[in-house]
Design a protein. Structure first.
Length: 135
């Protein structure tokens, strides 16, 4: 099963990085025509999601509202590492997405892009991309 590991440097504390180009390139490289592509992050303070990539203000608004909903400092957090807000945001968004492959291409809407979400950067994150299907 074709698998690729992307190493992505996240430059700031909360940031969303568009990884669509890298995922698409790998899917094309596999020459799989019909199948599924899984994009997964093995990190507890990061996430993967799909949303609008055309207007960069969309993901800025998502970050703004998530930060407002899940405040960084809360005296009732128990986790000693001090980054509970990042774990909570990771749990809400989720650590993977599955995208269909039809005619050798990822089925993404016109405005859709795949994002790695960083909630406790800067760090270097691994993104696992795995493709299953038929050539
Ligand atoms: Zn922690």
């Amino acid at each position: 099963m074709p698998t690729k590991v992307l190493n992505v440097r996240t430059p700031s504390h909360t940031t969303f990085i568009n990884i669509t180009r890298e995922v698409k390139a790998f899917v094309e490289e596999t020459e799989i025509k019909e199948g599924l592509c899984v994009v997964y992050v093995p990190h507890t303070t990061a996430a993967v999601f799909i949303n609008e990539g055309a207007d960069p203000d969309v993901v800025k608004d998502i970050a703004y509202k998530l930060n407002q909903l899940v405040e960084w400092d809360d005296p009732n957090y128990r986790h000693m590492e001090g980054n509970s807000a990042a774990h909570i945001k990771s749990a809400i968004i989720g650590n993977s997405r599955v995208i269909p492959i039809v005619d050798g291409k990822l089925v993404l809407g016109t405005w859709e892009a795949i994002f790695l979400a960083e909630f406790d950067g800067p760090r270097t994150r691994k993104v696992i991309v795995q493709v299953i299907g038929e050539k």
